[in-house]
Write a protein of this length. Structure first.
Length: 285
């Protein structure tokens, strides 16, 4: 299936299961919008129209919407990245809310987690800052020597080489997958949520032993000014991905909102903001 078709299916699922209209005594607005911002509500309405969402007034609390956004986004990433298996072959696993200590680069944190949980002094001082549970994780299984030697005899059983790399299954006592990507899902963005994502990213960077996984964020936030709180700057996140970037830009153009359009284009041209359809290709890089 084409990536464009998977993207359309992704939007359809979101429209059916997550995207809703909130109704107050004075107005109605999409649940990705900020009720206190006219620009946010106007842009959100335009996005709804462009991706074909019907006016669904069924109530959905914020936590449920966020969890469903994670689930449906994971399904899109899995189905689209699978289409690129010829470019990035391997046995991949896709999960939500998995603790990073379950992956090779962060196995050492399991001991630290246990010590912190049993020591009240350490727990009060460090909290759970080391215990990161990304919204979506993509991991790759280790490879056996049979896999390595599938095409040619690359490694002999008695060869005293490549004995330390965790990618080789026989080098691990407890077989643990390698974390390939950590993806934060932010249905909407507020300043505190942006900071939480950056904190998690820095923990992934600082606490790893081995290769750094992709660190990404996906959002449905309609207001570029809010997206900028997460997208601008470098050093922590690879990039931020919008669930409907093309429709977002078209909506802002239709509304003649020059300030928001300028900010949006700055993030796109600065390689800090991309469309959800770009994400599987970036995973394959």
């Amino acid at each position: 299936m084409k990536i464009s078709e998977l993207r359309t299916e992704y939007h359809k699922k979101l429209c059916d299961q997550v995207l809703r209209i909130r109704k107050t005594e004075s107005s109605a607005y999409p649940n990705i919008a900020d009720s206190g911002s006219k620009s946010s509500k106007a842009i959100a309405w335009e996005i709804f129209k462009k991706i074909g969402c019907r006016q669904n007034f069924n109530k959905l609390d914020g936590q449920t919407a966020g969890n469903m956004f994670e689930k449906i986004t994971k399904e899109f990433i899995e189905s689209s990245f699978t289409q690129l298996n010829h470019l990035r072959p391997g046995e991949w696993e896709y999960n939500v809310k998995s603790t990073i200590s379950g992956f090779e680069q962060y196995r050492h944190l399991e001991y630290l987690e246990n010590v912190i949980s049993e020591d009240k002094t350490l727990s009060s001082a460090l909290g759970k800052s080391y215990i990161v549970k990304p919204d979506i994780v993509i991991s790759r299984k280790t490879v056996s020597d049979n896999d390595i030697n599938e095409i040619d005899n690359i490694l002999g059983e008695t060869d005293k080489v490549a004995r330390l790399t965790p990618f080789r299954m026989r080098n691990q006592k407890d077989i643990t997958p390698i974390l390939h990507a950590s993806i934060s899902c932010k249905y909407t963005i507020r300043s505190d949520r942006a900071q939480n994502t950056r904190t998690e990213a820095l923990n992934l960077i600082r606490n790893r032993k081995g290769q750094l996984p992709h660190i990404m964020a996906v959002t449905a936030e309609p207001l570029p000014g809010r997206i900028a709180a997460l997208a601008l700057g470098t050093g922590d996140l690879d990039c931020v991905y919008h669930f409907a970037l093309g429709e977002l830009k078209e909506s802002i153009i239709d509304l003649s909102n020059e300030d928001q359009l300028e900010l949006l284009e700055m993030m796109i041209e600065g390689k800090r903001l991309r469309d959800i359809s770009d994400l599987p290709f970036d995973l394959a890089a």
